[in-house]
Ligand binder design. Structure first.
Ligand SMILES: *Cc1c(COP(=O)(O)O)cnc(C)c1O
Length: 221
């Protein structure tokens, strides 16, 4: 049952926070709804969930506008790659952009925001594993990129996001991301998914992106 799954995840978050060696006790649960339709999202809304993540603009555009009209306090996070030709559409839908991963995108977003201001928040995605196939700023380039986004482009950067390599100890990557955030004065850390959100909280996650632990296993078409 979705509402029970949600409750279990929330309880686990509270427990992980109690055990975590950190003073702040704030973690936002981003429920990742990709591949699940509007009816399933509605169940989560009924169960009280308001913060959701989607990784494709097209899919989000198909299911969220109607729900957002119904529930005015929904917060939508984009957690997947964003093409520059979809920036405008994404800005109509999303409140938080977690995957700022290259200069071209940052510039495009800044330009669009200048034309049509919107109160959004942004995370920079860092490719902590230096994986060639994976999106994200390389760790060595992160400091410069963060500076450019904030100072030259005036983007509302609040934190960093990462997706650790599947075959490595996630904790090393969570710790690494925190280190980069700390030295740049960024407070928010989006890290941890269904398999490792409790661990991520131990390393300072302020946002965990949890899909299958809430909605069940995904079937890809
Ligand atoms: C799908 C997805 C998640 C959620 O994954 P689960 O393992 O189902 O919790 C988190 N982050 C990103 C970027 C995703 O694409």
């Amino acid at each position: 049952m979705l509402s029970e799954n949600l409750q279990v995840v929330k309880t686990n978050i509270v427990k992980a926070l109690e055990e975590a060696p950190r003073k702040d006790k704030n973690v936002t649960l981003v429920a990742v709804g990709k591949t699940y339709d509007a009816d399933v999202m509605r169940q989560a809304l009924t169960a009280g969930q308001r913060v959701f993540g989607e990784n494709r603009v097209q899919e989000a555009a198909g299911k969220w506008p109607e729900l957002v009209e119904e529930y005015s306090d929904i917060e939508l996070h984009l957690i997947g790659p964003l093409q520059t030709n979809k920036v405008k559409q994404a800005l109509e839908l999303f409140d938080v952009f977690q995957t700022i991963d290259r200069l071209k995108l940052a510039k495009s977003l800044a330009k669009e925001l200048e034309k049509t201001p919107k109160d959004i928040r942004c995370f920079i995605q860092v490719n902590t594993g230096n994986e060639p196939q994976k999106a994200g700023i390389l760790p060595d380039e992160a400091d410069d990129f963060i500076k450019t986004c904030r100072e030259d482009l005036n983007l509302p950067i609040v934190g960093l996001m990462c997706i650790p390599p599947v075959d490595e100890e996630a904790g090393l990557h969570f710790a690494y991301l925190k280190k980069i955030a700390d030295r740049n004065g960024l407070n928010e850390l989006s890290m941890g998914m269904s398999g490792d959100y409790e661990a991520a909280i131990g390393f300072g996650a302020t946002h965990v992106r949890v899909g299958s632990a809430i909605f069940g296993k995904r079937e890809y078409a």
